[in-house]
Design a protein around this ligand. Structure first.
Ligand code: PEP
Ligand code: MN
Length: 264
């Protein structure tokens, strides 16, 4: 069902009136983790000031170490909703437990399924059963075909509001956190009718590479960029090395706004 052969025209994902995949670029910015109301509020105001409509923030964090910050859970979702309502933004947050999907739809506008859960089939089915857009990230060791099949799990349950997100894959290369598979973007656009975003933060893990990879992603036909922004990255509870502070974010968005989307 996600195949272009089945449906030639692009799927447009409608997030509270904001359209992803309609030909204009739509970006997603926000902190890695929701840490406090004040932290989310500061980033939300910066995103809004730059004309952004979509705010991200992790409440349930899938951390490699059980001793690292695990996220604020439902309290984090409450903070996101409060800020989103105050600022008129839509919010995206990762859900890791199928049992939390129904509760989450009351708080958030887009359900994110993270790289580590791309083949959590019960989670995919649960996300397919609700009427909420889903942002599905590519698993770090997933082939493009496996990625497309994961999206098929969601659409086959009745939810076609899916955004694919390339976020880098594991290779032998250690200069970057993951290897951004830039050619996945045109392949996904050719093989499916779904919009495709590129997460430059998790694919590179390097602040100095956010702008060049974002430029490449837009040039190759991505529908938008995801990147992490934090008021004070040095003290961030997760991904401190790669989040942008607000002045850096402002120059980043100014630069990428100079680029026109590629027409498919
Ligand atoms: C995230 O976007 O918060 C995240 C954890 O990314 P990924 O699942 O791509 O690692
Ligand atoms: Mn992160």
């Amino acid at each position: 069902l996600v195949s272009r052969k089945n449906k030639a025209e692009d799927t447009v994902v409608n997030i509270k009136g904001e359209k992803v995949g309609a030909g204009e670029l739509t970006h997603v910015f926000g902190p890695c983790s929701v840490e406090s109301y004040e932290q989310v509020k500061e980033v939300a105001q910066a995103v809004k000031k730059q004309g952004g409509k979509l705010l991200r923030g992790g409440a349930y964090k899938p951390r490699t170490s059980p001793y690292d910050f695990q996220g604020l859970g439902e309290e984090g979702l409450q903070i996101l909703k409060r800020v989103a309502d105050e600022e008129g933004l839509a919010v995206i947050s990762e859900i890791v437990n199928p049992a939390d999907i129904e509760k989450a739809v009351d708080y958030i506008d887009v359900i994110q399924i993270g790289a580590r859960n791309m083949q959590n089939f019960e989670l995919l089915k649960a996300a397919g059963a609700v009427k909420k857009p889903v942002l599905l990230k590519r698993g770090m060791s997933a082939t493009i075909s496996e990625f497309i099949n994961a999206a098929e799990y969601i659409i086959s349950r009745g939810n076609d509001q899916i955004i694919l997100c390339e976020r880098g894959i594991r290779t032998y290369e250690k200069a970057t956190r993951n290897t951004l598979d830039i050619s996945a973007v045109p392949i996904l656009k050719q093989e499916t009718h779904l919009p495709v975003l590129v997460d430059v933060t998790h694919s590179t893990g390097r602040r100095d590479l956010l702008l060049p990879t974002a430029r490449a992603a837009i040039a190759i036909g991505a529908d938008g960029i995801m990147a992490e922004v934090h008021p004070d990255p040095a003290v961030a509870l997760s991904d401190s090395a790669q989040q942008m502070d607000i002045p850096t974010f402002e120059s980043f968005i100014n630069e990428i706004n100079k680029q026109q989307p590629v027409k498919s």
